[in-house]
Design a protein around this ligand. Sequence first.
Ligand code: GYE
Length: 339
Amino acid sequence: MKHRNSIVLMVSLLLAGMCITAGNAAGASLSDDRTDNDSGDGLVMVGVSQVGSESDWRIAMTQSIKSAFTTDEGFYLIFQDAQQKQENQIKAMRNFILQEVDYIVLDPIVETGWDAILQEAKDTGIPVIIVDRMVDADPQLYTCWIGSDFEKEGRDAAEWLAAYLGTEGRGEEEIHLVTLQGTLGSSAQIGRTKGFSEVLDEHENWKMLAREDGDFTQAKGQEAMEKLLERYDDIDVLISENDNMTFGAIDAIQKAGKTCGPNGDMIVISFDAVEAALDAMIDGEINADFECNPLQGPQLLETIRNLEKGMTVDKIQHVDETYFDATMNLPELKAERKY
Ligand code: GYE
């Protein structure tokens, strides 16, 4: 594995331009256990192309990566926020290749359209690690993937709903559902929709009235929910594919003079389980929330360390996840959490 010397590092940073921020470079010293140093300061350069900062989850994930890859740990992080645009991610990756980084980390906004740039990285011998969302590409083009089992999250949410309706004595009732979907074509949207639909298909009395795109943001979630509430006055269940869309949807529901949560007009099921969502659950506005773990920095760090040592790493690595519902001791559970 190549490592840059200081001059190359400086040139690289100039090349990287204004939109790139380097993690914790100032004043930190290198640790003694760094590996494979063949030049200068011996920092391992890692270029990260992040989707954006569209949600609380995303901000926690970015923070987790930035605090793992420090110069103290022997890494030089080049972080690029693509502002939810695939073309920005491709440009960032091309810059990383030009800078001859040691590793590229890609969190792909959508699954398709990566073949050419992944091939470019492979041709120059730079390993690409995919995180969070997945690519629909030849697995030979990337080293490994670290992320969540989105289909399982979707299935778990639907199975929770079936059990909940059963305990409420509504197991046989006709149930009207709507879904706020995340960025269309992203793994989180595809997996959660697919997993939920598998269980939906087993319940003839569940009717999915509509699925609306809310792009994983609070503003679009609110807008989409407003439209749904105008169109339907008999919604029993809202499935919202992330917490920020849920926050927007709750505002829309309340503005429409309706209520939601365990004692409300509408059951709300959300994904991510960020701190503000647990607060909303404590306030009685969300029924259940399926965790998606954004703290992927340490596992990514360990994976790159292992690759640096020449070890093979698991091609598919899932992160641990759980769920929360309004029957649990949420204040106590919340106190143990970091996001
Ligand atoms: O659920 C959402 C974010 O890809 C798992 O992206 C991630 C999703 C997460 O914007 O909040």
